[in-house]
Write a protein that binds this ligand. Sequence first.
Ligand code: 5GP
Ligand code: MN
Length: 323
Amino acid sequence: MNRPLIPMIDKAIKIIEESNNIYIASHVQPDGDSIGSILALGMAIKKVKKEVNIIKVDDIPVDYSFLPKLEIIREYDVENNIDIFISLDSSDLDRLGIGKQFALKANKVINLDHHITNGNFGDINIVSSSSAATGEIVYEFIKRMEIKIDRDMATCLYTAISTDTGSFMYCNTTYKTHLIAAELLKLGIDKDYINRRLYQSKSIERVNLFISSLNKLEYFLDGKIGITVVTQDMLKDNNAKLEDTEGVISFIRDIDSIEVACLLKEINDKETKISMRSKKYVDVSAICDRFNGGGHKRAAGCTIYNKIDIAKELILKEIKNSF
Ligand code: 5GP
Ligand code: MN
């Protein structure tokens, strides 16, 4: 158990017990950690409370379509009498999309997250940047609630932790990560099926987009920086979606000389989404913070409200300055 978090977790459990109308949401452009976490916590609280609503703030990538109980993530209209809003895996309110409206209406906001850039925007903040995934904190939360973790919840938590640690490889992985994963395996999850669905089910469209994006890879600073793009034209040409960029950036970081990998995704001619990764020493969350984004030291993101060519110049300048 993550000892410093216990008082906050206990406080949150107490107010959950005293509440009836609870909403849960995570960030837009959801990943495995955010979806796995909202599903697992949603299922857990549903065992003791009827009124738990999990808000759909964005489309769910096909990668996670195998997760159990996905149908409990639904669209809701904002209402006035919200007892508690629980934010999972989101470092600020703006990242919640429509979820922000629910947070603003709620009597109490519980902010449960592992991003180093988390702004502690909740009434109760359960924030641990040493946790590899929000799913790890949710695991501890459910244990503390003394709710039995079933196979469906375990599948969601394993997905959350596996995806945010790059299959237990990234430097955020700790002995605790492995202990939790071991407990989840003990609960009888089908890890081979989960791994196949998460890592061995790429569509041909995704592979084609990957190839065209790597064809645009450029190196700077003696190959320490690798930067590439995915434009709307590239998506169209390959019949792919934005979620199909998954895998490009980690591949670039895997290159021997690379310290910082950067992927620019063209949303439209006024908006560019940026993903960044580092390997050993550059703090990419600090770079993204300068553009009102955030994340972790080795994985972060931001949005630059400009066209992709300009965004590239702006971000490249900041990356170079960070060496
Ligand atoms: P990704 O590159 O996979 O989208 O995101 C990498 C990490 O940075 C994730 O932990 C993600 O939550 C965080 N992140 C990505 N984009 C943003 C952003 O615009 N703002 C903040 N605060 N965090 C972001
Ligand atoms: Mn996460």
